[in-house]
Ligand binder design. Structure first.
Ligand SMILES: *Cc1c(COP(=O)(O)O)cnc(C)c1O
Length: 422
């Protein structure tokens, strides 16, 4: 694939003409005069999602409390319903996924379900490049058990960018009670080998969970085939379901009988929830891990966003995403690597080893990302030296990828970043 790319604008436009997913761009609100390459932080707003929000608002206006049972998709089952719709994206059965809570809350809920320190087996294995909220959550989970995180949280070491999974496996000792890892690293974009890590954890009798915020919606997952115990992910990055929207959790059906660690009345067996009994009996499905009433207004956009995504198909999305990132790597190597540009690709070059974004490393990354913003190009900066560029299959074009490379050259040629206050 790589060797066929060229650096001309005409070539970029041709790639767009041949793109089978090109038509999906019009299904999104694209900010005016903007090249938006930040869908790995906040996905753009799908028109179908707006329709679902408006429908739910209308249901509330016209049905009041009856909306819980009489709306088009009854709110009472909305979390389970959206979970079932999302299940094919992660290779799960419909009742293994539920839309509920937020990523961090779901992480707490599942870690408290799976983490039971006993005897010598007391430690949690995570990694030093984790998204900070995961580490904060794990530390507080340890403290709740009266354990010192300094001693009981093991962070797998990296080379600063990537992990070697074999080194992570070496840390799966008999002292480890739980492994909790990201599917993809939020800075470098490395995609971890979840199948391999799961197999190795299970060989050692250790449960394993993944935080998949940076991969669901960009990469197909096969949780059931891999045998993953649990997973969490947000809906607002590659899933385009709105800022702070309802998140997802997956729990493998072999664990449905486990006691949820954090309980609330929405996890109750649905048919009996209104008996209002004081003994908790959880639903034997992912729905049993809900706590509160479904957040209906923040879940509605998920419905429309998933419609668009499933119509495009996650396999086709992955195919285009890889082609977009291969193209960006090619252009970076040919147009931005040499002096005076000096950009380096900080993402794995093997497409199977990366998620949907590219980390462009540069000593002036912060000021460059600000200079890009001044030019109407939205990316994001991650310390110490990364401009993250996420060309999203559903709404970005090859021409936008070509264009950002031209703009980066101009920013360096004209020293535009020097005008940015540091
Ligand atoms: C975005 C992100 C989160 C966000 O957590 P919230 O609870 O939704 O704020 C968590 N983990 C990872 C890996 C993320 O990328």
């Amino acid at each position: 694939m790589k060797s066929t790319f060229t650096t001309t604008e005409k070539y970029a436009k041709n790639l767009d003409l041949e793109d089978p997913l090109a038509k999906f761009r019009s299904r999104f609100f694209i900010p005016k005069d903007t090249i938006y390459l930040d869908g790995n932080s906040l996905g753009l707003f799908p028109r179908d999602a707006e329709k679902c929000i408006l429908r739910v608002m209308k249901e509330w206006k016209t049905l009041g409390i009856q909306g819980w049972f009489e709306s088009e998709r009854p709110w009472w089952y909305y979390g389970e319903n959206l979970g079932a719709i999302a299940a094919p994206l992660v290779g799960a059965e419909p009742n293994e996924v539920v839309a509920t809570g937020t990523t961090t809350i779901n992480l707490h809920s599942l870690v408290s379900t799976f983490y039971h320190p006993k005897g010598k087996k007391t430690k949690i294995l995570a990694d030093e490049l984790d998204f900070p909220t995961d580490i904060y959550a794990l530390k507080s989970q340890l403290k709740l058990k009266g354990l010192n995180p300094e001693e009981h949280l093991v962070l797998a070491p990296s080379n600063g960018r990537f992990f070697d999974e074999k080194k992570i496996v070496e840390l799966m000792t008999e002292e480890i009670a739980l492994v909790m890892l990201p599917s993809a690293l939020y800075r470098s974009g490395q995609l971890l080998d979840m199948a391999y890590l799961t197999k190795e954890a299970h060989t050692r009798d250790i449960p394993i969970g993944f935080d998949c915020c940076h991969s669901v919606g960009a990469v197909p997952h096969y949780f059931d085939d891999w045998g993953v115990d649990f997973a969490v992910w947000c809906s607002y990055k590659y899933l385009n379901s709105g800022p702070g929207g309802t998140a997802f959790l997956y729990i493998n059906k072999k664990h449905f009988n486990k006691d949820p660690g954090l309980t609330g009345w929405f996890g109750y067996v649905k048919e009996k929830q209104f008996e209002m009994l004081l003994d908790f009996e959880h639903a034997k499905s992912a729905g049993g891990w809900q706590m509160s009433s479904s957040n209906i207004l923040c879940s509605a956009p998920i419905e429309g966003a998933l419609d668009v995504m499933l119509e495009a198909g996650i396999e086709r999305i992955r195919e285009k995403s890889i082609k977009l990132t291969e193209y960006l790597i090619h252009l970076t190597d040919h147009l931005l690597a040499e002096s005076p540009y000096n950009f380096e690709v900080g993402t794995p070059r093997d497409p199977d080893r990366r998620t949907g974004h590219i980390a462009l490393e540069h000593d002036e990354a912060f000021r460059i990302s600000e200079a890009l913003k001044a030019r109407g190009v939205v990316t994001d900066y991650r310390p110490p030296n990364i401009v993250r560029v996420a060309p999203v299959a559903l709404y970005n074009t090859y021409h936008e990828v070509w264009k950002i490379v031209q703009i980066l050259q101009e920013i360096i040629d004209n020293r535009e970043y020097e005008n940015i206050f540091k």
